[in-house]
Design a protein around this ligand. Structure first.
Ligand SMILES: C[S@@+](CC[C@H](N)C(=O)[O-])C[C@H]1O[C@@H](n2cnc3c(N)ncnc32)[C@H](O)[C@@H]1O
Length: 371
């Protein structure tokens, strides 16, 4: 008969409280599959395995809701979890080592009476935004084939392709030799088994020689870069051809183009102030610009994807995979979602947006830059 461990024994071995284990059971995160004759919780080998994954993700800083999505993913088996956890832990170790080195340098400088600049002090301590929100990404973010076809066509006959800000690799062409670049350890760890090799780096400083690739692409990432112009110039330097999918957020009509920003989330305007316009981005690399319409049933759950399916924005999983919702902060998010929920229930949303139901695709400022 399979051996079972009591809740007390599991708590002792894992160095967590029995209360924690009861809580995990109550929220369905780790359910002991058996009970002892006396009615106590009893953990089978598979339950312990799942608990180990949960605790390891917890120590890496993931939230319980994100962990539930990760450990419930049927596409990830125990070995894939171990590989991913190993990668994340190594990255954490490297980051800690980097911070120790930076602290040692500063101690040395201070001992010699030299003050470090704020830039030097802050470099390396910041967490990538996607290290915080990345684990929620795979739930709704995947390839939209109609938009992917546009990107792949724009890559022309390129045989070698660099994908910058690659994330989980949703838009990597399957029939070319792809190299990915991604600064977030969490995003790198979420790349599926068999995905293209991925280098840990930022767009602003690509670790490649001039003209190393036939083409460089960047999908839905430029708005996250610290210095978008520098990043695009780097792409230009390392590749003959550059293809960028981004959005036009500086057009005066932009806030009004999409009902979500216009009627519920005007805070988005504050997120784009100071960013270079899409025209400036295009000029920096001498690119032509093509509009990309968003199909009503867009498969990739980015910010504008659900323009004809407003109920989707009420779903927490949908919002957590869209960085805008985290960036505007919990207060604005709650206000916007409550207002949208009320308007959908009362019919006000439908009254305000009568034209959308008949549209198959919408122009919401998404652009393809090709140079
Ligand atoms: C919205 S995701 C898009 C990911 C992927 N291109 C896709 O379409 O699924 C944005 C990505 O940009 C990455 N990123 C953030 N800052 C970056 C930088 N300076 N250079 C390159 N990538 C960056 C994030 O870590 C994240 O993976």
């Amino acid at each position: 008969m399979e051996e079972h461990l009591t809740v007390g024994r599991v708590a002792e071995l894992a160095e967590v409280t029995v209360r924690t284990l009861h809580h995990y059971d109550e929220i369905g995160l780790v359910r002991p599959s058996a009970r002892t004759a006396a009615g106590y919780r009893a953990y089978a080998v598979a339950d312990v395995e799942r608990l180990r994954e949960v605790l390891a993700y917890r120590r890496l800083g993931f939230g319980l809701r994100e962990i539930a999505d990760l450990v419930d993913d049927p596409a990830t088996d125990a070995v894939a979890h171990l590989r991913r956890l190993r990668g994340l832990l190594l990255d954490q170790r490297d980051r800690a080592a980097g911070m120790v080195t930076a602290i040692d340098k500063e101690l040395e400088a201070r001992a010699m009476g030299i003050r470090t600049t704020p830039e030097e002090q802050l470099r390396g301590v910041g967490k990538q935004l996607y290290d915080t929100i990345g684990s929620a990404y795979p739930a709704t973010r995947r390839t939209e084939p109609r938009i992917a076809a546009r990107v792949w066509e724009a890559l022309g006959d390129a045989r070698t392709v660099l994908n910058v800000g690659a994330g989980t690799g949703s838009y990597e062409p399957p029939d070319r030799e792809v190299t990915a670049v991604e600064p977030s350890a969490v995003m790198r760890a979420l790349r599926p088994a068999g995905a293209a090799p991925c280098v840990a780096a930022g767009a602003e400083s690509l670790p490649f020689e001039d003209r190393s690739f036939d083409a460089a692409m960047a999908f839905s990432t430029v708005h996250h870069w610290q210095d978008p112009i520098a990043g695009l110039r780097e792409m230009r330097r390392v590749a003959r051809r550059v293809v960028v999918f981004t959005h036009d957020a500086t057009d005066t009509g932009w806030l009004h183009r999409f009902w979500l920003t216009r009627d519920y989330l005007p805070e988005v305007a504050g997120l784009v102030t100071g960013r270079p316009s899409v025209d400036r981005l295009a000029r920096a690399i001498g690119a032509r610009m093509e509009p990309v319409l968003i199909p009503w049933d867009c498969a990739d759950g980015f910010f504008e994807a659900y323009w004809r399916r407003p109920e989707a924005y009420l779903d927490e999983h949908v919002r957590r995979a869209i960085s805008v919702w985290t960036r505007v902060g919990p207060q604005a998010e709650k206000r916007a979602v409550d207002a949208l929920r009320a308007d959908l229930a009362s019919g006000r949303w439908a009254e305000r947006n009568p034209d959308l139901v008949d549209l198959d695709a919408a122009e919401l400022g998404l652009r393809l830059l090709v140079a």
